[in-house]
Write a protein that binds this ligand. Structure first.
Ligand SMILES: O=C(O)CNC(=O)[C@H](CS)NC(=O)CCC(=O)C(=O)O
Length: 269
């Protein structure tokens, strides 16, 4: 058995304060025995003008956000999924929303750049979300081996694209991570049902750390960080407030379930 943890945060505009919260919550997850700990999307800052992300951009492998994550992983001897960090892409004026996986020595084990960008109108105080104005979308699916199984990396709005999860399960993913900042309006309607559907249809675990509450600029997120098992059962959840949720994953049981219920092998299309 190995234990996984999702960190729920209410990140604001102050990067140092967000880093201090992340440090405290990562320590809490490590003390609870987690081997793999995941932070939410934009853990370092949420609710600024979009352009603020450009000021925090780092080249892959170097910079204060990545140094912090690497140090936390090594200090606690945990695998750490760093939500997203703004990494340099190919285009000037835009950055990648990169989800970085650090191993227990603090080395980067995988980088996934958010593929689907949230260019959507929502009936909330923000109204118009145009992520592509500052984010360059990724193009590659990423799976990585961890002590908790083969991990498929996604970010937030990617949750609405089942074909991405299908491609990762075809590549052997046993566990998906979905670091998120779902809007309060869309989260209330869709968050849990989409997470459970992705778990059920792929017979895989889902680890979903989320932003919760009110951030800068009137931004409001749904929270409800969840860990779901391959049968769609919610193993752990935190509806509101900052904190940590943990659950144990059982890969032999996952494989027994896939053998008994081989819907992944029954695909015709
Ligand atoms: O802006 C930042 O700093 C962090 N990024 C986000 O909050 C992103 C892009 S605006 N949010 C989502 O993808 C929400 C998806 C969603 O809510 C849905 O699919 O319903």
């Amino acid at each position: 058995m190995s234990r996984i943890a999702a960190v729920q945060m209410t990140s604001g505009v102050d990067v140092a304060a967000n880093r201090a919260s992340a440090e405290r919550l990562i320590a809490e997850a490590a003390a609870a025995g987690a081997t793999l700990v995941a932070l939410p999307e934009s853990w370092f800052q949420l609710g600024c003008e979009e352009a603020a992300k450009l000021a925090l951009v780092e080249p892959e492998g170097h910079g204060p956000l990545q140094d912090f994550l690497a140090a936390q992983a090594a200090r606690h001897g945990i695998w750490l999924l760093g939500g997203t960090v703004p990494l340099q892409g190919e285009e000037p004026g835009r950055v990648c929303a990169s989800s970085l996986l650090f191993d227990a020595q603090g080395r980067i084990g995988a980088r996934y750049d958010k593929i689907h960008l949230f260019d959507v109108d929502v009936e909330d105080a923000t109204g118009t979300y145009r992520e592509s104005a500052t984010i360059e979308g990724g193009e590659r699916i990423v799976v990585a081996d961890t002590p908790c199984g083969r991990l498929g990396l996604t970010v937030c709005y990617d949750l609405r694209f089942p074909e991405l999860f299908r491609s990762m399960s075809a590549a052997g993913a046993e566990l998906f991570v979905v670091p998120s900042a779902f809007t309060a309006v869309t989260g209330r309607a869709h968050w849990e049902v989409l997470l459970r559907a992705r778990a059920i249809e792929n017979l895989a675990y889902v680890l979903a750390p989320a932003q919760w509450g009110r951030h800068g600029g009137g931004r409001e997120t749904w929270g409800d960080s969840l860990i779901v098992d391959p049968w769609g059962t919610v193993l752990a959840r935190r509806a509101q407030g900052e904190g940590v949720v943990v659950a144990d994953i059982d890969l032999p049981r996952l494989h027994a379930r896939r053998n008994a219920f081989p819907c992944l092998e029954h695909r015709r299309l």
